[in-house]
Design a binder for this molecule. Structure first.
Ligand SMILES: [Zn+2]
Length: 135
């Protein structure tokens, strides 16, 4: 597979997240001491604990905010413009930034969404969000 857009630089710290995305079962860190979910992956919780478990998430949330990209960073992205990049407030609490795959005119703060998986190369899968009404 060839993929012309940016790919994440996967590190030991975030490898479990990207593996979970590839498996279509996204998991994020949950603090073993206070129970707080966190994203992006970090070595310590805001409570100070260094102990965390990768916990599956429901993959559902709402649009916290979004932007419609009209002038993309590269010609490959420009071919998709206008497109929507959104902060999604996960039901578990943390926010994730990702593509919101919908007509830009349909994007709205508070819109319920769910995660979808895009297997873009043999090694890397990405996530995006779609309106919850979309199968
Ligand atoms: Zn904690």
């Amino acid at each position: 597979m060839s993929y012309d857009k940016f790919l994440p630089t996967i590190t030991a710290l975030d490898r479990p997240f990207w593996d979970s995305v590839k498996a279509e079962a996204a998991a994020i860190q949950r603090c073993d001491d206070c129970g707080t979910f966190r994203f992006i992956p970090r070595e310590r919780c805001s409570c100070g604990s260094a102990s965390a478990t990768w916990a599956p998430i429901a993959g559902t949330g709402t649009v916290y905010t979004y932007t419609v990209v009209h002038r993309a960073p590269t010609p490959v992205y420009q071919a998709d413009a206008p497109y929507v990049i959104a902060h999604i407030a996960l039901d578990e609490g943390p926010r994730m930034i990702g593509w919101l795959e919908c007509d830009p005119d349909d994007a709205a703060i508070g819109m319920p969404v769910h995660i979808v998986y895009r297997h873009v190369t043999d090694d890397v899968s990405l996530f995006a969000f779609v309106p919850a009404a979309t199968a």
